[in-house]
Design a protein around this ligand. Structure first.
Ligand SMILES: *[C@@H]1O[C@H](CO)[C@@H](O)[C@H](O)[C@H]1NC(C)=O
Ligand SMILES: *[C@@H]1O[C@H](CO)[C@@H](O)[C@H](O)[C@H]1NC(C)=O
Ligand SMILES: *[C@@H]1O[C@H](CO)[C@@H](O)[C@H](O)[C@H]1NC(C)=O
Ligand SMILES: *[C@@H]1O[C@H](CO)[C@@H](O)[C@H](O)[C@H]1NC(C)=O
Ligand SMILES: *[C@@H]1O[C@H](CO)[C@@H](O)[C@H](O)[C@H]1NC(C)=O
Length: 460
C-alpha cells in the first residue's frame, strides 16, 4: 500500500501557494511555548488554575525562558449550549467568575499570552458545544476577549463532514510522504484514498480552513494549532492552514506513548520549518509514570523536533528536577532558533535498520543545525545502560576526521576538543545531548583531549 504518489503530490502543492498563516509580529514563526491545562486537570478547571499557572510561569523563570502562553483546554464553556440570542459560546460562570475576558486580562497583565480551545465539529471531545458552522462568531468572540492562541480539536464531527477516505492513520502504519518510508501495512480499516488524492481538498482540511479564515479576519494575530491527530495527511497541507498540527493521537504519561510519537514524527521531520510545526503533543514532564531519564528524553526530543512545547503539569507542585529539564537553555535555544527553521532529524536508527517504522524502537540518533552549533541526541531505548557513540563522520552536519568543541547539554560542561567521535554511557531510556560547536585542534595534530573518551553521562 505504499503511496508512492506522495512526493509528486507534495511538489505540485509546493508551487505558488502563499502561506496564509504568516501573522504579524512573527506570531507563529517559531514553535509556541507555554502551559496548557489538559494533561494535568482535564475538565477540572477554574480561573484559579490558570492564575496559579501564570504566577508560577513568572516566578519560576519559565516566562523568561520563553514559555509565554497560558492556554485553556476543553470544558471552559457552558455545556448545555450557546447563548440563544447571540449564538455565542458562554463561559461557565462557576469556573470563570470573571468570564474568559476577565481571565485573559489578568494573564495579559503578567506579560503573558492567552489561548483557548474548541473543536472543528458539533461537540468538543468532552461534549461541550463546538465551532463547526460558528467559525466567524467564535473567532470574533475570542478576538474580543483577547485570545492569542487557538487550539482546534477534531472531535464531534458530524457524518456529513467525515472524509470519504484517509491514509492509514493514528497509531497505525502510515507510509506518509517521505520516499524513504519503509513499506508498511495498514493496521486499521480506514478506507484508503487513491494514489494522488489531494488531502488539502478533504473535508477535514475544509473544516480547519474555515476557522483559519475566520481567525484571519480578526484584528489581532491568533496563533492556530490544528489538533487533528495526524488524520487526513495533515502534514501535507497543515502549513497552509495552521502554525502547528498534531501528528498522532493524544500523548499519555507512559514511556510507550513517547516512543510511539517519536517514531511517527521521525518520518515527518521534513514537514517542519518556520511558520509550521509538527505538534508532538503537550509535555508530560513531571506527570504520571515517566522517570527523570524518560522525561529528559521526552523533553529533549520534543524540543529538537521543534514541536510546540506546552507544559502540562501543575506548576505550584513541580519538582525541581523536572523544572530544570523544562528550563534547559540549550534545548530551548535550538527549539526557538530564529535563523535555522529545520528541526533535528534522525541520522541513524540504532536498534533497528534505518527507516524502520517501529513504535517501540524508534530512531535513536538525531542531529540538527542551530545558531549555537550542531545538536546531537542519542536516545537509549533499551532496558539497560548502553555505550553510545556520536561518530562525526555519521552526523550529516559534521565531518569525519575533524575535531570539534563539545558541550554536554544537560550538565553545561565543556568537554573540550573531541576528534572522531564522542562516546558515552547512556542510562536506560535516557538521552545524551551534545552541542557540537566550532572546529578545534590544528589539523594533523592530535586534539587536546582526543576522541572516544568515555564517561558516565548521568547516573541511572
Ligand atoms: C459549570 O461548572 C460546574 C462545575 O464547576 C458544573 O457543575 C456546572 O454544571 C457547569 N455549568 C454548565 C452550564 O455547564
Ligand atoms: C452539526 O453542526 C452543523 C453545523 O452547525 C449543523 O448543520 C448540523 O445540524 C449539526 N449536526 C448535528 C448532528 O448536530
Ligand atoms: C516497497 O515494496 C515494493 C513492492 O514490493 C518494492 O518494489 C519497493 O522496493 C519497496 N520499497 C521500499 C522502500 O522498501
Ligand atoms: C511553511 O510555510 C512557510 C511560509 O511559507 C515556509 O517558510 C516554510 O518553509 C514552510 N515549511 C515547509 C516545511 O515547507
Ligand atoms: C571512537 O574513537 C576512538 C579513539 O579514536 C576509537 O578507538 C573508537 O573505535 C571510536 N569509536 C567509534 C564507534 O568510532
Amino acid at each position: 500500500m505504499a503511496k508512492s504518489a506522495f512526493p509528486l503530490l507534495l511538489s505540485l502543492l509546493a508551487t505558488p501557494t502563499t502561506n496564509a498563516l504568516i501573522l504579524p509580529n512573527n506570531v507563529g514563526k517559531l514553535p509556541a511555548l507555554g502551559w496548557n491545562s489538559w494533561n494535568a486537570f482535564r475538565c477540572d478547571i477554574t480561573e484559579q488554575v490558570f492564575l496559579d499557572a501564570a504566577t508560577k510561569l513568572v516566578d519560576l523563570g519559565l516566562k523568561d525562558a520563553g514559555y509565554v502562553y497560558v492556554n485553556v483546554d476543553d470544558c471552559w464553556s457552558n455545556k448545555d449550549g450557546r447563548d440563544p440570542v447571540t449564538n455565542r459560546l458562554v463561559p461557565n460562570a462557576t469556573r470563570f467568575p470573571d468570564g474568559i475576558k476577565g481571565l485573559a486580562d489578568k494573564v495579559h497583565e503578567k506579560g503573558l499570552l492567552f489561548g483557548i480551545y474548541s473543536s472543528a465539529g458539533n461537540k468538543t471531545c468532552a461534549g461541550y458545544p463546538a465551532s463547526l458552522g460558528y467559525e466567524e462568531i467564535d473567532a470574533e468572540t475570542w478576538a474580543e476577549w483577547g485570545v492569542d492562541y487557538m487550539k482546534y480539536d477534531g472531535c464531534g464531527v458530524p457524518s456529513n463532514w467525515l472524509d470519504e477516505c484517509d491514509v492509514c492513520t493514528l497509531d497505525g502504519k502510515d507510509d506518509g510522504p517521505d520516499p524513504k518510508y519503509k513499506n508498511a501495512t495498514c493496521i486499521d480499516q480506514t478506507q484508503l484514498c487513491p494514489q494522488g488524492y489531494d488531502f488539502s481538498k478533504s473535508r477535514t482540511a475544509e473544516r480547519y480552513n474555515r476557522m483559519r479564515d475566520a481567525l484571519l479576519k480578526q484584528n489581532r494575530p491568533i496563533e492556530y494549532d490544528i489538533c487533528v491527530g495526524g488524520e487526513a495527511a495533515v502534514y501535507s497541507w497543515g502549513n497552509e492552514t495552521g502554525n502547528a498540527w498534531r501528528i498522532t493521537t493524544d500523548i499519555i504519561p507512559e514511556w510507550w506513548s513517547i516512543l510511539m510519537i517519536l517514531n511517527r514524527n521521525s518520518f515527518l521531520s521534513h514537514q517542519t520549518n518556520f511558520w509550521g510545526h509538527n505538534d508532538a503533543d503537550m509535555l508530560e514532564v513531571g506527570n504520571g509514570g515517566l522517570t527523570l531519564a524518560e522525561s529528559r528524553s521526552h523533553f529533549a526530543l520534543w524540543a529538537a523536533m521543534k514541536s510546540p512545547l506546552f507544559i502540562g503539569t501543575p506548576l505550584p507542585s513541580i519538582q525541581p528536577s523536572f523544572l530544570e529539564i523544562l528550563l534547559n537553555k540549550h534545548l530551548l535555544a535550538f527549539n526557538q532558533d530564529d535563523l535555522y527553521g529545520a528541526p533535528a532529524q534522525p541520522y541513524k536508527w540504532g536498534h533497528n535498520p534505518d527507516w524502520t517504522f517501529d513504535m517501540s524502537w524508534p530512531a535513536e540518533y538525531w542531529s540538527g543545525k542551530g545558531k549555537e552549533g550542531t545538536l546531537v541526541l542519542m536516545l537509549n531505548t533499551e532496558e539497560g545502560s548502553v555505550e553510545k557513540s556520536a561518530v562525526w563522520g555519521e552526523v550529516p552536519e559534521l565531518e569525519e576526521g575533524k575535531a570539534y568543541e563539545v558541550l554536554d547539554v544537560w550538565t553545561g560542561e565543556e568537554k573540550g576538543c573531541v576528534r572522531g567521535n564522542y562516546t558515552v554511557e547512556v542510562a536506560s531510556h535516557d538521552t545524551a545531548v551534545l552541542l557540537v560547536k566550532g572546529e578545534c585542534g590544528a589539523s594533523g595534530v592530535a586534539a587536546s583531549q582526543g576522541g572516544g573518551r568515555m564517561q558516565l553521562l548521568m547516573s541511572p
